[in-house]
Design a protein around this ligand. Structure first.
Ligand code: MEV
Length: 311
């Protein structure tokens, strides 16, 4: 055992396929490097958590941190370790569809294994993270765990080995935070209820989202930004029909499209959280972020995509 351990993880953005991924359809997620979390572990006389949301004995952590609490108990139990002090620093906004809960679990698990000086396979990492994600989201597909644990875009399908693929599309991805907490647990549950009540319409919307995701992958590989934008708009229509969008998201999506976006949609669980837009060039991306900020977006980010340089 080392005197301390450290672990890191990125935030993530789902480009296409949120919600339909819960029903076995494919989804595309990107690691989102501008946002990041670090966890540090040392031993302590009792379990202590230090984070932006809570500082104090782990036993007294609020219900919203139950995922972290349970993960730490499980790790400590499995490896019979002394109590720990865990310090978490994060720039990933919580509950905004950016995979904050999964990223924190990835960083803690990595820090724990580093502290114990033990190798950590990707498979074991995902087992612990998905265990924590079940507590956060009830019925997670596993995409947040897979995306925050890696550093490449992935095509994820529940129950299948996920595929990484290179980005080969020029353009700029804009991410904007509505400032409203997303409600992944509730929206996943609401879609499940809709599916039970009307499986024909709901199933159709979900199947279409899966098809749009596969088309989006082709658009990314073939450098077709305008087409990818159209696919994003089509996906947003279906997500709105599944009733996981809301007025704030709809408004920011409309503003992005009015300011030159090739397409825009919500990302993650919806009903708050973040939206994304695609722009062909940096000056349009800047124009869009300014317009989104003027319309109340609490934070915006721009990530450049890129065309692969074949040697
Ligand atoms: C949440 O980031 C994505 C959802 O599809 C839920 C999940 O996949 O677990 C809404």
């Amino acid at each position: 055992m080392k005197s301390s351990g450290e672990g890191n993880a990125n935030g993530k953005i789902i480009l296409m396929g949120e919600h339909s991924v819960v029903y076995g359809k494919p989804a595309i997620a990107f690691p989102f490097q501008p946002t990041h979390v670090t966890a540090e572990i040392t031993d302590h006389i009792y379990d202590v958590l230090r984070s932006g949301y809570f500082v104090g004995p782990l036993a007294k952590a609020p219900k919203s941190l139950e995922n972290i609490k349970t993960l730490i108990h499980q790790l400590r139990h499995d490896f019979s370790t002394p109590p720990v002090q865990i310090t978490i620093s994060s720039t990933i906004p919580a509950e905004r569809g950016m995979g904050s809960s999964a990223a924190v679990a990835v960083a803690i698990t990595r820090a724990f294994f580093d502290w114990q000086n033990l190798p950590l396979s990707h498979e074991l990492l995902l087992t612990y993270v998905n265990y924590a994600e079940k507590i956060s989201h009830g019925n997670p597909s596993g995409i947040d765990a897979a995306a925050t644990a890696g550093d490449e875009p992935i095509l994820f399908q529940k129950g299948a080995a996920f595929e990484t693929f290179p980005i080969n599309i020029s353009g700029f991805l804009i991410v904007a935070d509505t400032g409203v907490k997303g409600k992944t647990r509730q929206t996943v549950k609401a879609v499940a209820q809709r599916f039970e009540q009307d499986n024909k319409t709901t199933g159709h919307l979900i199947n279409e989202l899966g098809d749009l995701t596969l088309k989006a992958k082709k658009a990314i590989l073939n450098n077709q930004a305008a087409y990818l934008g159209e696919l994003m708009n089509a996906a947003q229509k279906n997500l709105a029909a599944l009733q996981v969008s809301d007025q704030t998201l709809d408004n920011l999506i409309m503003v992005a499209n009015q300011n030159g976006a090739l397409g825009a949609k919500l990302t993650g669980g919806g009903k708050g959280g973040c939206m994304i837009a695609l722009a062909s060039d940096y000056s349009t991306a800047k124009k869009i972020t300014t317009a989104l900020t003027n319309q109340g977006a609490k934070a915006t980010w721009i990530q450049e995509l890129g065309v692969y340089q074949y040697a």
